[in-house]
Design a protein around this ligand. Structure first.
Ligand SMILES: [Zn+2]
Length: 253
């Protein structure tokens, strides 16, 4: 077994690590989620540090260690600069990086998940600003679905009738929906969002892998994605309240 190897990944997070070093969390194509120390990366003249900015796409040369992996080389393939160009985009990047780090365990490569994550960060860098929310909403649904968390939106959870006409209520905790005719107790309605038929169909199409709706996303559909994800967290995400505040600030038609 070679003592070093190469991977391509998205930098999710960096933290101070001992003297001049940082610990990087990277989601990689070859090795899944990887933690590696970048020595000297906090020094002003570090050669490695500038290639390891959060949310960039990087090629890494990694040395195996008994306790921790160490970075021997890094080349920035796609700098995260466009993400920093506006705060909405940057917040979407920070939020999804935190979400990925939370749900994905170290190791365990998954080519399908890699494609999803890599495409999301590439897309986020170029998508028009007014479409960021729609893409973010779609990414959250797909990411959760890839991890095995899929909402059931085809039939009412109470009466079993297909949800086809009128409005549906999405229940984020069980991840189910109920029709407007069924009566639910208050406990079941915690965090409930009322979805139009159009929203339900859009979410189902997203889960089937269709391109997200070209223009805007309904606020309730976006809120449903966030609440569905939040109900499956082990601990709170610090960026989630910021994303919700951003949603509120935007006027949804
Ligand atoms: Zn029903």
């Amino acid at each position: 077994m070679s003592s070093t190897y190469h991977v391509r990944g998205i930098v999710l997070r960096r933290e101070t690590w001992r003297d001049a070093a940082r610990m990087y969390t990277v989601y990689t194509r070859e090795a899944g989620k990887l933690l590696a120390v970048g020595r000297g990366t906090r020094k002003v003249l570090s050669k490695l540090g500038p290639h390891l900015e959060p949310y960039g796409l990087v090629d890494l040369h990694v040395a195996r260690g008994r306790r921790t992996e160490t970075l021997c080389g890094a080349i920035m393939v796609r700098p995260p600069d466009p993400l920093a160009s506006d705060d909405r985009r940057y917040l979407a990047a920070a939020f999804t990086a935190e979400m990925i780090d939370h749900f994905v365990k170290t190791g365990d490569p998954d080519p399908e998940l890699w494609r999803l994550i890599e495409a999301w960060f590439a897309d986020l860098a170029s998508v028009p600003r007014e479409r960021v929310d729609a893409r973010l909403s779609a990414f959250v649904w797909r990411f959760m679905a890839r991890l095995g968390y899929r909402p059931k939106l085809d039939a009412c959870s109470e009466c079993g009738r297909p949800i086809r006409f009128g409005e549906a209520r999405f229940l984020p905790v069980p991840g189910t929906a109920s029709c407007g005719a069924c009566v639910l107790d208050e406990r079941a309605l915690v965090g409930c969002e009322t979805l139009t038929q159009r929203s339900v169909e859009a979410i189902c199409r997203t889960l089937d892998g269709a391109a997200p709706a070209p223009s805007s996303v309904e606020g309730a559909a976006f809120a449903s994605a966030l609440s569905f994800m939040e109900a499956r967290l082990d601990r709170p995400l610090s960026s989630l309240p910021l994303v919700r505040a951003m949603m509120k600030a935007e006027s949804y038609a």
